[in-house]
Design a protein around this ligand. Structure first.
Ligand code: AMP
Ligand code: TRP
Length: 330
């Protein structure tokens, strides 16, 4: 089984990233050959600060290790270190439909807000398809917001396979049963995102314990007082999901334990569970982040492994598409 996923070095990682991303990466690293990519090339699709990109790449790498990836066993690397990604993206753009790219929700949402829309934002899902297909991934652990992009990657793989030759594995998305979409604590209708959602509603992986407790205490809840998942209780349902992610208990177990406790008590309990989850991660992170030399050594190791894994697929892409390959040394 081959596993691949990517995460952007933009903004400070959130509890949403933990739920749909980090914890799933760690779980799937046990299932087979796993590769995880810091998608720095994706980070330039919206306006950004170069100094930020630089530090956030190292921040995110530290966080991936702090949450449990083992960079000596699993491949963890930066996308820009492996030129195959940029090349695959261009080659695959020959089989990616202009109309389909224009219908991507993320493109419409992020592009709609801006005065200047980079063409990179439009091409974003093609680069993502290349990331996945270069590693012949069987499963792609992601959150719910990436479902449409994963479907597009599957379409691109199928179109390439039928037009040029069967060279790509068609990947499947791998979504958590609970917590595939963590919502803002202040607005249960909005996704908890690195950017865009309100600060008070967003729990960051590196938030101090008292800040986390406060965010949960002030979380928006619904009418009634019973702690139970229901469509008309989006605030409480979100808190139950978060409790499940933090403790490993199922939503049913949580309802059984807290059903009658009242919202106030439950909010405090969820805050404490999240603090208990994040404290050890934060401690490991601070230690890892302080040794840049070691981070760069591990990134180089990851890049070497990723180059070796992706090179044969890129070569087959060029060959099946009819390119004359340069002779060695030419
Ligand atoms: P990003 O930070 O956008 O690169 O996302 C990295 C991973 O975190 C992706 O697999 C996302 O689907 C996942 N993710 C981001 N926000 C959330 C959220 N609120 N709930 C669940 N998963 C999320
Ligand atoms: N688009 C993904 C996100 O915003 C990040 C990403 C880039 C990715 N390439 C990928 C995720 C390949 C999975 C596989 O979260």
């Amino acid at each position: 089984m081959r596993i691949f996923s990517g995460i952007k070095p933009t903004g400070d990682s959130t509890l949403g990233n933990y739920s749909g991303g980090f914890r799933q990466y760690v779980a799937t690293q046990e299932l087979g050959d796993a590769t995880f990519c810091i998608v720095d090339l994706h980070a330039i699709t919206v306006p950004y600060d170069p100094a930020d990109l630089h530090s956030r790449t190292l921040d995110l790498f530290s966080m991936l290790i702090a949450t449990g990836l083992d960079p000596e066993r699993t491949t963890v690397f930066a996308q820009s270190h492996v030129t195959a990604h940029a090349e695959a993206s261009w080659l695959l753009s020959a089989v990616a439909g202009y109309g389909q790219l224009g219908r991507m929700t993320q493109f419409k949402e992020k592009g709609g807000e801006q005065e200047f829309v980079a063409s990179a934002l439009f091409n974003y899902p093609v680069l993502m398809a290349g990331d996945i297909l270069l590693y012949q991934a069987d499963i792609v652990p992601i959150g719910d917001d990436q479902r449409q992009h994963l479907e597009l990657a599957r379409d691109i793989a199928e179109r390439f396979n039928s037009r040029f030759g069967e060279i790509f594995t068609v990947p499947n998305g791998f979504y958590p049963e609970v917590g595939a979409r963590i919502m803002s604590l202040q607005d249960p209708a909005a996704k908890m995102g690195k950017t865009g959602s309100s600060e008070q509603g967003t729990v960051r992986m590196l938030d101090a314990p008292d800040a986390i407790l406060k965010k949960f205490k002030t979380a928006v809840t619904d009418s009634g007082r019973e702690v139970r998942k229901a469509d008309d209780k989006p605030g409480i349902s979100n808190l139950i999901d978060i409790m499940s992610v933090a403790t490993g208990s199922t939503p049913a177990q949580i309802e059984a334990e807290y059903g009658d406790a009242g919202y106030g008590t439950f909010k405090v309990a969820v805050g404490e569970a999240v603090v208990a989850l994040l404290e050890p991660i934060r401690e490991r992170y601070v230690e890892l982040r302080s040794d840049e030399g070691e981070l760069l050594r591990l990134l180089a190791l990851g890049a070497d492994k990723a180059r070796a894994t992706s090179a044969p697929t890129l070569e087959r892409m060029y060959e099946t598409m009819g390119f004359v390959r340069a002779r060695d040394g030419a």
